[in-house]
Design a protein around this ligand. Structure first.
Ligand code: GDP
Ligand code: IMO
Ligand code: MG
Length: 428
């Protein structure tokens, strides 16, 4: 053991930092790519050139590593699995000439997310009024609630169809009573699941055993984080968070991999901040500048299409994420997007009631009233999207990166300058 052949890629902010792109880029050198947490609330965009044509893939459940034909993809026990979404992804890959079924392994312990979880999610959100979380309405919260309350159904339960149907109906009627609705599509959902049962069971595996065996044989495993650290149910801006642990803990509980295999642990950070959904955002730009960043960065949700809220880079928040995850290096993404701004700001420090604080306040109400000390940088006002190495970057861009690196006390090893695989500067 202790062979350092496990690498983690985790989001360090509020999601959509560009994890999919890094995972896709790194997967070439990995035997196995694995998802540990979340469900189809994740949207990971990968842009690649295939036969001279730019192709865009958005993955919600399958790890982005699937684009390399020698990579096996694992959906771990911590994932909440909406089975029709999985098959849609498989089908759309097949349409692009990518065979996926033979390379996917799914944990029998993963919890199944049903259509009615989405209905319950919507009901719950609507009943919260102004206090709604702004979820993706993919049923994530209600499905994890079922898992934690020990009434959920898991992939392995599909083995006995009659028992499964019975338990589906019991769970559905619990939801219908609790959230006061009738799921008109229940019979249809069951019919679809019955059709998908066999091909799904063929992909089922004890993935904890599989992953640890492969790690012990020296195979390289890459974990693709979904969602992000400041959306973590424990460490994020609760209650404006998701319902799993997208930070480092979830990587292990969500797969069963032995932590001693951990080698590189890469945090993905965006050169500015974005957030979809509700919740405090100390550096949010509510003016035209926020809109300018949104347009330049294409900041619209990969899953829901919602416009993402944008703001300046937040040092205290990102430092917090680095602290809880223990990142060994960082991927700074979307530096190119700031090329359209003449004066760039960073939140350097937080103050609460006039006192500097070095952590994130646990009360969301305090988070919302933080005062920020800013630092201003001269912009580079240049297109850097074709820069291939560090030396070619304009001085102002280098200064920005070096400042972040110093303050975050973590090496920035990768710098994203565009959405494509090849638009990534690597530093030693
Ligand atoms: P993820 O959820 O963390 O995988 O990120 P998303 O895919 O939801 O959002 C990131 C978006 O930024 C996607 O549209 C990517 O194609 C794009 N992207 C990733 N890295 C870069 C970069 O360095 N520059 C630019 N301009 N776009 C990037
Ligand atoms: P990726 O993997 C951005 C946000 C939602 C909402 C909150 C709770 O693409 O980075 P949920 O549906 O999980 O109950 O919603 O969490 N959220 C994300 N925001 N990127 C994501 O994933 C997200 N996953 C969840 O917008 O605010
Ligand atoms: Mg995303």
């Amino acid at each position: 053991m202790n062979s350092n052949n496990l690498t983690l890629v985790l989001g360090a902010q509020w999601g959509d930092e560009g994890k999919g792109k890094l995972v896709d880029m790194l997967s070439e050198n990995f035997d196995i790519a694995v998802r540990a947490t979340g469900g189809a609330n994740a949207g990971h965009t990968v842009k690649v050139m295939i036969k001279g044509e730019e192709k865009k893939f958005i993955f919600h459940l399958i790890p982005s590593g699937i684009l390399y034909e020698d990579t096996t993809c694992v959906i771990g026990n911590g994932v909440v699995l909406h089975i029709p979404t999985l098959f849609q992804e498989i089908e759309s890959l097949q349409l692009q000439g990518i065979e996926a079924v033979s390379r996917i392994k799914i944990s029998g312990r993963a919890t199944i997310l049903f259509d009615f979880h989405k209905l319950s999610d919507a009901k719950q959100e609507n009943s919260k009024g102004e206090r709604k979380v702004g979820t993706t309405k993919r049923g994530i919260g209600p499905c994890y609630a079922d898992k934690i309350s020990r009434r959920g159904l898991r992939v392995c339960d599909l083995a006995d169809w009659d028992l499964f149907k019975k338990r589906y109906k019991e769970l559905l009627s619990w939801h219908e009573r609790c959230f006061e609705y009738v799921h008109e599509g229940a019979e249809e959902e069951l019919l679809l699941l019955e059709k998908m049962r066999k091909p799904l069971l063929a992909m089922m595996e004890d993935t904890a055993y599989y992953l640890n065996t492969k790690l012990s044989e020296g195979k390289n495993v890459l974990l693709e984080g979904a969602n992000a650290s400041i959306l973590d149910i424990d460490h994020g801006t609760y209650p404006y968070v998701t319902s799993s642990n997208p930070s480092i803990g979830g990587a292990f509980t969500g797969t069963g991999m032995h932590p001693a295999y951990l080698g590189e642990n890469i945090g993905v950070i965006k050169a500015y901040m974005s957030r979809v959904g509700e919740g405090p955002f100390p550096t949010e730009l509510k003016d035209d500048l926020g809109g300018k960043i949104r347009e330049a960065g294409g900041e619209y949700g990969s899953t829901t299409g919602r416009p993402r809220r944008c703001g300046w880079f937040d040092l205290p928040l990102t430092k917090y994420a680095i602290m809880i995850n223990g990142f060994t290096s960082l991927n700074l993404t979307k530096l190119d997007v700031l090329g359209c701004i003449d004066e760039i700001k960073i939140a350097e420090k937080y103050f609460l009631d006039g006192n500097e604080i070095n952590t994130l306040p646990s009360r969301v109400e305090d988070m919302a009233r933080l005062e920020v000390k800013w630092r201003t940088f001269k912009g580079w006002l240049e297109d850097i999207s074709e820069c291939k190495n560090w030396e070619n970057l304009p001085d102002a861009a280098k200064n920005y990166v070096l400042y972040l690196e110093e303050k975050l006390s973590c090496p920035i090893k990768y710098i994203g300058v565009g959405p494509r695989r090849d638009q990534m500067i690597q530093r030693d």
